[in-house]
Design a protein around this ligand. Structure first.
Ligand code: AMP
Length: 177
């Protein structure tokens, strides 16, 4: 088996599933185990950073909290600026906030208005795409400000939830489950 395929198989094996977390009926996919294997983490970041539509983006926006892990590593690897979408009450200054539905509840996300000023086109980074509500919230926050979304880069996509059907931009997912 070629080494790249072998390590992608290994990557999949590192995704731990916790049944009924954080509530009954949810199979929670834990990506944090990947961080214990720097060689696999590096290979994953190289793969995510080689996404074609990232090349044309002026900046990355990564999503609280596990999106920060992958977003900041991709920002370093691709030499792109990064801004963040955070849970409310975490960001100082003037913020723009939107509420959305999660696979397991409700949430809202905020962006610092000043952080948007310098950039016109963004790629969104998160750890996992489920129903697409989270990414949709971030993309509509940005689009309301006249910004362009070039795509989403994520480690895992839960295909059966069809999150990507909510977007008018492409999705690069390393693992589809
Ligand atoms: P969604 O808005 O439904 O696409 O949910 C995506 C967001 O919620 C991501 O930020 C994930 O970290 C988290 N999430 C949703 N479902 C799961 C799951 N089954 N396992 C792990 N994280 C999840």
């Amino acid at each position: 088996m070629p080494s790249r395929l072998r390590s992608m198989k290994k990557l999949e094996d590192l995704i731990l599933t916790y049944k009924d977390f954080p509530k009954k009926g949810i199979d929670f996919k834990d990506v944090l185990e990947i961080l214990k294997y720097p060689d696999i983490f590096q290979e994953l970041i190289l793969k995510m950073s080689s996404t074609q539509f990232l090349k044309n983006a002026e900046a990355i926006i990564s999503i609280d909290a596990r999106g920060f892990i992958f977003g900041s590593a991709i920002a370093l690897e691709s030499s792109k600026p990064m801004i963040v979408a955070r849970k409310p009450g975490k960001l100082p200054g003037h913020t723009l906030t939107k509420e959305y539905d999660l696979e397991y509840g409700k949430n809202s996300l905020s962006i610092q208005r000043n952080a948007l000023k310098k950039f016109n086109s963004f790629v969104i980074v998160d750890d996992l795409l489920a129903t697409g509500g989270t990414v949709n919230c971030v993309s509509s926050l940005l689009q309301d400000q006249g910004k362009e979304i070039l795509g989403l880069i994520t480690v895992i996509e839960l295909k059966k939830l069809e999150g990507r059907s909510k977007f008018d931009f492409p999705v690069q997912a390393v693992i589809s489950l």
